[in-house]
Design a protein around this ligand. Structure first.
Ligand code: ATP
Length: 861
């Protein structure tokens, strides 16, 4: 081996040395080869050989040969150690299993133990590290949660503030009463050009930008602002979400109107009702609103009791039709303006109560079937009428009994359309013209309202008439304006949005709740009740007045008839029709009427009854009691007649026959005797004439006529007296009695003709029976007296002398007739003076007197 010139070792020498060392090294490491008996292992070992050669060569090439051996050995040792260590590490895992199976030797076990210990140490270290990490993580989490809590609080505050803001905004809207406008863009329909849309932008804050497809460029874009804009992807639920607060306010007594406006086919019906046969997720505003109504009313059921009823109608060709009625085509309805009390603008339309959403769906299906729809080029199922679904809610607060009335109009307008585009003809064309006319009337109303014009032309169409309360009243009004995204509809879209923009500026004034307090309701009910009662009474009064007029005219007629019959030219003794001179039924006293206590009291003056405490308008007053009083009245009447009779015969009005309870019985009997004397005197007048001259009546009449003596039993002024008398019946009775007495010269005169007639005409009232009985007894008494006179002629001459002395001999017959008239007037006057009889005593007295008279007559006979 030779040294290099530069002092460096020769390369061949290096190579040789390297080789030897590497071989030695490889020999020492042969035990590893055994361990790795695999083929592949050789390749692995060959590799270090090359590497070792290179390494050793690299180390040795600048070393002296003396130091080389030592140096290389040292390196190789180190390399070997490292190699062994690595081999152990590398193979350790594989050997582990084998050592376990075969028990392994102690060394291996030791290695394993070492490794295990090492692993344990690592594990312990890792544990400690993990603990540290955990505690630091916990600390971090804690601080994070604190921060999160703060953030969530801030978020909730934000939501609260946002909700408050919205509420305040709505309140401002309510106060101003603006018509709220929500805009909805329909998606492209299957088959439509999806590529080009006129709607360029829709913003969450209510802005929408429409681009002109024919003129690109910024200047041809138009933007509009509304309360809310829903893009084509907005779901039915999203659309309804902002409508919900309005539904709640219906239950608080507000009137709400939601109407859908837009060109034909833009999605109005879809928004309001949903597609045909909708699933709950497709439900339109109508169903959702009612669903909410029932839900909220159910939640409030412990506080307020709600009743919900539904009306559904349509305006087709300017006619309002009931959609819930089978005969809707023929039944035309009228619209009443100016908020009716019950909130019904169309009171004649069917109003059906509903309790659940199912009821509503059934009714709406029925209504939809009855609605006028047709196919146009623009829409396969186009609504040809404006449909109005009205929900009436009435709630009664259980505690205060306050009444809330709310009403919701859901209006799906027919679509505006260009007749050339919709290619309609015939009936469809007529419908389109009506639709466009009414929509333009709506536009006029909106324009007038926006300009605060003094005249709002509501009456120009049925549609504006129907919406009058919602557009000009105190309702909350929301308009859904619909646009189609397709390019063809650009013109209609712009005009629709302009219309909506104008509508948004309309201020309706603050909405007002229809709440009626319980007390007010009671008072109103009372007023209504009293008004009804008053109407009834007025009706009765009218009827009574009519009857009274009729009776008065009857009396007048009767009076004229009687006047004619008793005129001076009429010389007959009999006064024809005198017995018919009757007072009206009420005036003579009908016991049926008197059964009513109030009528009894009223009738007391007629019957000369003293207002008795026992006959007060008291419900305890039994009719028998009254009959008793009425019977006493008859006694009164008899007593009054007695007075009259006494006057007729010229007796001075006696104080002893005062209408006084102190009337003594014996005194009364005395008076009765006098009365009998009168009766004798009065009843014998004509018989006396007959007996005196022996002439017949006709002869007597002829003679009287020749002498210029009027033989009229009742002079004309008698009737004036009758008329002036309150108790016309009393006078009539007396007149009848007297008249009948004169007409029966043979003593068989029927003095009770009038009573019998009354019995026939007025029915079998106990009063008339009594009267009849009394008249009958009087007749018997008079007949008796006539026959008495015939036989005895007691006192005739004296009475005649008295008569002649008072009235002169020429007027004997006339005087006889005149006396009763004066007597009647006097008796009436006395009665009018208000003196009353003690009824029961008088009744007894008269009975006793009659008995006494009868006895006396018998004696006389
Ligand atoms: N938001 C929407 N999503 C899906 N489809 C819609 C939507 N809006 C409308 N449509 C569909 O568009 C079509 C026309 O809608 P719709 O009948 O509601 O229009 P319209 O405005 O009521 O028309 P018209 O005034 O002629 O009655 C229907 O087939 C409907 O299903």
């Amino acid at each position: 081996m030779m040294e290099a010139e530069s002092g460096c070792v020769d390369s061949s020498w290096v190579e040789d040395v390297c080789k030897r060392f590497v071989d030695a090294f490889m020999a020492r490491s042969s035990n590893f080869d055994e361990m790795t008996s695999l083929e592949s292992s050789n390749a692995d070992i060959n590799m270090p050989r090359e590497t070792l050669l290179n390494m050793v060569a690299a180390v040795l090439h600048d070393k002296n040969p003396e130091e080389a051996a030592e140096f290389v050995e040292c390196i190789l040792k180190k390399v070997l150690q490292e190699f062994q260590h690595r081999i152990v590490q590398h193979k350790g895992q594989e050997m582990e299993g084998i050592n376990c199976i075969h028990g392994g030797d102690a060394h291996k076990r030791e290695v394993q133990n070492n490794e295990l210990n090492e692993i344990k140490t690592i594990l312990e270290r890792t544990k400690v590290q993990f603990q540290d990490f955990k505690s630091s993580w916990e600390r971090e989490m804690e601080s994070l949660s604190l921060r999160m809590h703060g953030l969530s609080q801030a978020a909730s505050e934000y939501h609260k503030v946002a909700a408050e803001n919205r509420e305040l905004y709505n309140q401002i809207q309510d106060l101003k009463g603006n018509i709220r406008v929500y805009c909805r863009v329909r998606p492209f329909l299957p088959g439509q050009n999806n590529g080009k849309s006129t709607v360029e932008f829709t913003g969450g804050k209510g802005s929408i930008v429409i681009a002109n497809p024919m003129k690109p460029g910024k200047e041809h874009r138009k933007s509009f602002m509304f309360n809310k804009v829903f893009g084509p992807s907005a779901s039915q639920e999203e659309v309804f979400l902002d409508t919900q607060p309005l539904i709640r306010s219906i239950l608080d007594g507000y009137n709400v109107c939601i109407f859908a406006y837009g060109q034909t086919g833009s999605g109005k019906t879809y928004t309001m009702s949903g597609p045909n046969n909708p699933s709950p997720s497709d439900w339109g505003v109508n169903f959702r609103a009612l669903h909410d109504l029932f839900k909220i009313s159910q939640q409030r059921k412990d506080l307020i009791k709600y009743e919900v009823a539904v009306q559904m109608m349509e305006i087709y060709n300017e006619q309002v039709r009931d959609l819930l009625c089978s005969d809707s085509v023929n039944r035309k309805l009228e619209i009443r303006n100016n908020s009716q009390q019950n909130g019904l603008n169309v009171p004649d339309a069917s109003l059906l109560p509903v309790c659940s959403i199912q009821d509503v769906m059934e009714l709406m299906n029925l209504g939809s079937k009855n609605r006028a729809v047709g196919s146009t080029a623009m829409n396969e199922r186009s609504s040809r009428s404006h449909s109005v679904l009205t929900i009436h809610v009435r709630g009664v607060e259980l505690a205060s009994r306050d009444v809330l009335r709310g009403c919701l109009h859901l209006v799906d307008l027919a679509g505006s359309e260009r007749v050339d585009k919709s290619e309609v003809i015939g009936e469809r064309l007529r419908e389109a013209q009506h639709i466009n006319k009414s929509l333009s009337a709506l536009g006029d109303v909106i324009a007038a309202l926006a300009q605060k014009s003094p005249h709002i032309p509501y009456r120009n169409s049925k549609l504006t008439q129907l919406l009058q309360d919602s557009l000009g009243g105190q309702a909350k009004t929301l308009m859904f304006v619909h646009v189609s995204p397709d390019e063809d509809s650009y013109g209609e879209t712009i005009s629709t949005l302009k219309f909506a923009e104008r509508a948004a500026t309309v201020e309706l004034g603050a909405a007002q709740s229809n709440k009626e307090s319980g007390e007010l309701k009671d008072l109103r009910d009372q007023i209504n009740m009293l008004r009804d009662a008053l109407c009834k009474k007025e009706g009765e009064l009218d009827r009574c007045q009519k009857e009274l007029r009729m009776k008065n005219s009857e009396i007048l007629l009767e009076k004229q008839r009687v006047k004619q019959s008793v005129s001076p030219s009429h010389s007959g003794l009999q006064a024809p029709g005198l017995g018919n001179l009757r007072s009206p039924l009420e005036e003579v006293g009908n016991t049926e009427i008197y059964r009513s206590p109030s009528m009894a009291q009223k009738s007391m003056p007629v019957l000369s009854l003293r207002k008795s405490s026992s006959l007060r308008q008291d419900s305890s007053l039994g009719s028998p009691k009254f009959e008793e009083e009425a019977a006493s009245t008859e006694v009164c009447r008899s007593a009054s007649m007695l007075q009259k009779s006494m006057q007729i015969v010229g007796l001075k009005k006696s104080n002893s026959v005062r209408q006084d309870s102190s009337l003594g019985l014996s005194r009364f009997e005395e008076e009765c005797l006098k009365r009998r004397a009168y009766q004798n005197a009065s009843s014998i007048t004509i018989p006396e004439l007959l007996a005196d001259s022996g002439d017949s009546i006709s002869t007597k009449k002829a003679r009287a006529s020749h002498e210029g003596v009027r033989v009229s039993p009742i002079p004309n002024n008698r009737y004036d007296a009758v008329e002036s008398s309150i108790d016309i019946q009393l006078s009539n009775d007396l007149t009848d009695s007297v008249a009948q007495t004169y007409t029966a010269p043979d003593g068989s005169s029927d003095v009770n003709v009038s009573a019998r007639k009354r019995l026939e005409t007025e029915g079998s009232s106990s009063l008339i029976h009594e009267e009849y009985a009394e008249a009958e007894s009087r007749r018997t008494g008079m007949s008796q007296q006539i026959s008495d006179v015939r036989t005895s002629k007691i006192g005739f001459g004296k009475r005649r002398q008295d008569t002649e002395r008072r009235h002169g001999s020429h007027h004997q017959a006339g005087h006889i007739a005149k006396k009763p008239i004066t007597a009647v007037e006097t008796a009436d006057g006395a009665r009018k003076a208000g003196r009353s009889f003690s009824q029961s005593k008088l009744l007894k007295a008269i009975k006793r007197t009659t008995e006494a008279e009868r006895k006396q007559n018998n004696v006389l006979l």
